[in-house]
Design a protein around this ligand. Structure first.
Ligand SMILES: Cc1ncc(COP(=O)(O)O)c(C=O)c1O
Length: 469
């Protein structure tokens, strides 16, 4: 029962009198207003297409998104003065909490020197060294700004290395919005082709049709699909790119030995294997999914949790492929490896690496507690909820399915129920994305109390939903 739900930073009085707390909570819910967010969104839409600079910030938020003003640790507050415990964490980057004093302190100290010089920087070396302490499986690393920059360049390196233009990606996997990644991110079943050999579908207007002939799509977590496709197209394909844990179409972990099987097939056909660790990196273990599962890709891409909110990404890989950069493969960007992001990422990794990577034991505990807590709510309320998680990434969906193992399963869920309940969770002071395909990324800053309060509020929200429906 409700005992001490925290609404944002405000702690409701601990009381043995449940009915008191329920009354307080109903008051809070009744007084919850997001009028300023609504008005800002109206203004924004007149100036900015869709109202914001990334579609994920507005799509699924019906009728309007919440405008967040600031945050500290796991707490964020919006322009109307509501406070929330954040379970979106900017889609994953904020691994050490918002406005982290150590990271911001280092950035502030550096800023006295300026911000950009168009020259190499000592922090580039410091960060590369730190990166290698985490990611022991890759020989070299180079920095960029966004996850999309990283996957775009990794694909180019793989093509250059193999001399083969085609790439293979998996249905439902997301690698950013550049043309070669924006293929079959979503795949409505009536037009998506065979389950074992899906069609290549553009994720956006404006992608040249030739790109669809260059990107082959396979069904993930299904070695049979990959092996049949490679028999047909293997000799033309230069790269296989995948999220080693699928985390953009709910969280889906790889079947036993699946990654190993893909590694073997890639070798058999002289294809470079790229793990896109933009989400899993510095999250599921200090060395990413490649360490967790013991399968080493030829190249890998890293971003979100690398910079704790400062824009930075990385491409890492085997020396022989990384050294193609500058030896035929072009690379660069005005803001790539900018000092501010390098300093922030360096401090961020120092925090994550302290005391023999102790942060990851906490992250594992918190994620497990959240996962089990949601499972218990499902059991108590006799709800069909499928929960899947690995350290630092979690999703829960309303579905009759007992297991979700790839994209086509992941769309057989009750999106609407999730979204309505997410609205009720907002009123109770918990912020996460309304689209259940998006994962919840717990952070090192989350406490057991944050998690327990989330679970209490979730149970309450589901009960309310069931009373209304
Ligand atoms: C696995 C994966 N790869 C690449 C990207 C693209 O990263 P960015 O949005 O920084 O370009 C994302 C973004 O969510 C992602 O989840």
């Amino acid at each position: 029962m409700l005992t001490s739900i925290k609404i944002g930073c405000e702690i409701m009085e601990e009381s043995n009198n449940d009915s008191n707390n329920i009354v307080n909570m109903s008051e809070k819910i009744k007084n919850y207003s997001t009028k300023r967010s609504m008005n800002l969104f109206k203004k924004a839409k007149k100036l900015i297409p869709t109202g914001a600079s990334s579609l994920m910030r507005t799509s699924s938020w019906d009728p309007y998104p919440i405008y967040i003003k600031g945050g500290k640790g796991t707490r964020i507050w919006d322009v109307d003065g509501n406070q929330y415990i954040d379970f979106l964490m900017a889609f994953g980057p904020i691994i050490n909490g918002h406005a982290n004093d150590k990271i911001n302190g280092a950035v502030k100290r550096y800023l006295k020197n300026g911000s950009l010089f168009g020259a190499p920087n000592e922090y580039e070396i410091k960060l590369a060294k730190e990166f290698k302490k985490f990611v022991k499986t890759q020989d070299m690393v180079i920095f960029a700004l966004s996850g999309s920059d990283a996957t775009f360049n990794a694909l180019r390196i793989a093509r250059a290395a193999t001399g083969k233009d085609m790439v293979l990606k998996f249905e439902g996997h997301y690698h950013g919005l550049h043309d070669y990644a924006a293929v079959s991110v979503e795949a409505p079943p009536p037009v998506a082709g065979l389950r074992w050999f899906p069609k290549s579908l553009p994720y956006s207007a404006g992608i040249p049709s030739e790109v669809m002939d260059t990107v082959v799509v396979a069904s993930w977590n299904d070695l049979e699909s990959l092996s049949r496709i490679l028999k047909i197209r293997g000799n033309e394909i230069g790269a296989i790119i995948m999220e080693p844990i699928m985390a953009n179409s709910t969280v889906i972990t790889p079947e036993d030995d699946y990654l190993k099987g893909v590694r073997e097939l890639a070798d058999e056909y002289n294809i470079l294997l790229i793990f896109d660790e933009v989400i899993t990196g510095f999250r599921v273990s200090e060395g990413g999914a490649q360490k967790l599962y013991g399968v080493t890709p030829d190249l890998s891409t890293w971003a979100k949790a690398l910079g704790n909110g400062y824009p930075i990404s990385a491409i890492a890989g085997k020396k022989e492929y990384m050294e193609l950069i500058g030896n035929g493969v072009g690379y660069g960007g005005t803001y790539f490896g900018n000092p501010i992001s390098l300093v922030a990422a360096y401090e961020n990794l120092r925090l994550l690496g302290a005391n023999d990577f102790q942060a990851y034991s906490h992250l594992a505990r918190i994620t497990r507690r959240l996962g089990r807590g949601i499972e218990e709510v499902a059991e108590t309320l006799n709800e069909n909820i499928y929960v899947n998680y690995e350290t630092g990434v979690l999703s829960f969906v309303f579905t009759d399915l007992r297991k979700i193992s790839n994209y086509r399963d992941s769309i057989n869920i009750d999106w609407n129920k999730y979204k309505v309940i997410q609205g009720k969770m907002l009123q109770r002071g918990f912020y996460y994305h309304p689209d259940s395909a998006e994962r919840i990324p717990p952070s090192v800053a989350h406490t057991e109390e944050d998690v327990d309060n989330f679970i209490i509020a979730l149970e309450d929200s589901i009960k309310e939903y069931n009373r209304e429906n």
